[in-house]
Design a protein around this ligand. Structure first.
Ligand SMILES: [Zn+2]
Length: 167
C-alpha cells in the first residue's frame, strides 16, 4: 500500500508542531536556531518552513555513501591510471617499432587492474549487504564505513609503496 500523508490542513499541523516545540528542545534543521517557544511554523532566524514528520534513521544515507566512496574513488583512479599506461606503452611501442614490452609499465598496469578488481569486489559486497549495513545504529554505521574507507585507502597506499620500492 502506498503512503499518502493525510492533510489535516495547515492550522492543525501547525498547532501540533508548535505544541511539540513547546515541550521539546529542538533546533532548526537549517540554521540550528533553538525553536522552543516559537509562535509560527517558520524559523524566526532563517525563515525556513518547519513541519512535523515521521523519520527513520534507516533512511539516512551518509555513512552508507561514505563506505562506498573509497572503493568507488579507488576504482576510478586505478582504472584511469591503467588506461593511460596502456595507451602510453602502446604508443611508445608503435613509435619505436619494437616488439619488446618494458616490464615496469606491465607491473604497474597489472597492479592497477588488480586494485580496480578488488575495489569492484568491495563495491559489490557493500551493495549486496546494504540492508545489513542500514539495520545497524547510525554510530555503528559510521564506524564500519570509516573502517572500510581506511582499509581500502591502506590497500591502495600499500600497493603504491610496493610499486615505488620494486620499480
Ligand atoms: Zn533556521
Amino acid at each position: 500500500m502506498s503512503c499518502a500523508p493525510v492533510d489535516d490542513g495547515p492550522s492543525r499541523d501547525e498547532a501540533m508542531l508548535l505544541t511539540w516545540l513547546e515541550r521539546h528542545d529542538e533546533c532548526c534543521p537549517v540554521c540550528r536556531y533553538r525553536l522552543q517557544g516559537i509562535e509560527s511554523a517558520r524559523c524566526p532566524e532563517c525563515g525556513t518552513d518547519l513541519r512535523l514528520t515521521v523519520d527513520s534513521s534507516e533512511a539516512r544515507q551518509g555513512a552508507w555513501l561514505f563506505a562506498m566512496l573509497a572503493p568507488a574513488l579507488g576504482m576510478g583512479f586505478t582504472s584511469v591510471v591503467a588506461a593511460i599506461l596502456l595507451v602510453a606503452v602502446t604508443l611508445e611501442r608503435i613509435q619505436q617499432g619494437s616488439a619488446a614490452i618494458p616490464w615496469q609499465p606491465v607491473v604497474i598496469f597489472s597492479t592497477m587492474l588488480l586494485l580496480a578488481l578488488i575495489d569492484l569486489a568491495v563495491l559489490m559486497y557493500l551493495l549486496s549487504h546494504r540492508s545489513n549495513f542500514m539495520k545497524r545504529p547510525v554510530k555503528a554505521r559510521w564506524k564500519l564505513a570509516s573502517a572500510w574507507f581506511i582499509g581500502v585507502g591502506l590497500m591502495h597506499l600499500a600497493a603504491g609503496i610496493t610499486l615505488a620500492v620494486v620499480l
